[in-house]
Design a protein around this ligand. Structure first.
Ligand code: PMP
Length: 320
């Protein structure tokens, strides 16, 4: 925990996990200045804790902070706080088990007032939670026909709490219709693929790995960037460009939609089994036949768990 007061971050400290007491007038609760990050750490065979690309989460948190009119956290507080906390919490993770420590850094406005203005005081907090190995079934997803997550000029690129709050109703509606997740399209034309609830999206069409470009309307996923980098390393053709729903449908009809998957810290790579659009289900080939995503998922998993060389310097090792 660290507090922003009198224009600077102060008093970083480790506290026992427990309740926080807040005034009913705490401005984050009313005006939404609340941002977060999500990261994971694995243990390798030596029992060291391997944190994946933490500086990228640090930078993204500060991008969110800037958009939400909040102060930037310092690299020292972020990284030293993580090191100290993770040394204490590492015992939760058995080595080489596939289990991980999920890490949740967040920042929120703590001023007590009524009135819409930025807070002067903030709290930065990190807590962790052990999570099991992820064995998700391939997802049934549907193109969201009505709602939008994000529009140009908005805050879609920020990991701001309000973005998630606004997505809950459409996501629940979709679950009630039998789909695990929805796919957002752009706010202007409802035509181009944006992302999913907590994942960026990728497609393999005719042997090429295609994903929507980073923009002001989607979250720039760290898994997304890692997957694209590994795909290029493995010699695949990568295209970061707009993908329309119609293009997916045409590729599907031509038998060229070979793979579809989501990328994110929680699931790493989540395979998509079917995509619902315009009253029909597009059925993707079985997961075993998906060469590109399977190879990349395997490679990424090995790097994160210390079983493959870390040639991009992604792993931050914490020796216990
Ligand atoms: N999009 C959204 C909206 C997300 O919440 C997440 C999860 N952080 C992602 C994409 C994937 O980002 P990352 O790979 O950095 O976890």
């Amino acid at each position: 925990v660290a507090d922003y007061k009198d224009g600077k971050w102060q008093n970083p400290q480790i506290l026992p996990y427990g309740n926080m007491s807040l005034s009913p007038a705490t401005s984050a609760l009313h005006y939404g200045q609340s941002i977060f990050e999500g990261m994971k750490a694995y243990k390798d065979a030596n029992g060291d804790l391997l944190l994946f690309r933490p500086l990228d989460n640090f930078r993204r948190l500060n991008k969110s902070a800037e958009r939400m009119c909040m102060p930037a956290i310092t690299e020292d507080i972020f990284m030293q706080g993580l090191e100290q906390l993770l040394k204490l919490d590492a015992a939760w993770v058995p080595p080489t088990s596939g289990c991980a420590l999920y890490i949740r850094p967040f920042m929120f406005a703590t001023d007590e007032f009524i009135g819409v203005r930025p807070s002067s005081n903030y709290r930065f907090t990190v807590f962790t939670c052990p999570v099991g190995a992820y064995y998700g079934q391939p997802l049934k997803v549907a193109i969201e026909p009505q709602y939008v997550r994000s529009a140009e000029g908005g805050a879609g690129f920020a990991k701001a709490a309000g973005n998630y709050g606004a997505a809950l109703l459409p996501a629940r509606n979709m679950q009630e219709r039998g789909y695990h997740q929805l796919i957002w399209t752009d706010a202007k034309e409802h035509k181009f693929i944006e992302e999913s609830g907590t994942m960026n999206l990728m497609f393999v069409i005719d042997g090429k790995l295609i994903t929507p470009p980073v923009s002001t309307t989607i979250l720039a996923g760290i898994t997304r960037d890692s997957v694209l980098t590994l795909a290029k390393d493995l010699g695949y053709t990568v295209e970061e460009r707009k993908v329309s729903v119609d293009e997916l449908e045409e590729a599907y009809k031509a038998g060229k939609l070979q793979e579809a998957f989501g990328t994110g810290t929680a699931a790493t790579i989540a395979q998509i089994a079917t995509i619902h659009y315009n009253g029909q289900d597009m059925h993707l080939p079985v997961v075993e036949e998906r060469e590109i995503s399977n190879r990349i998922a395997n490679e990424l998993d090995k790097i994160k768990t210390g079983q493959a060389p870390d040639k991009h310097n992604w792993v931050h090792r914490i020796s216990l």
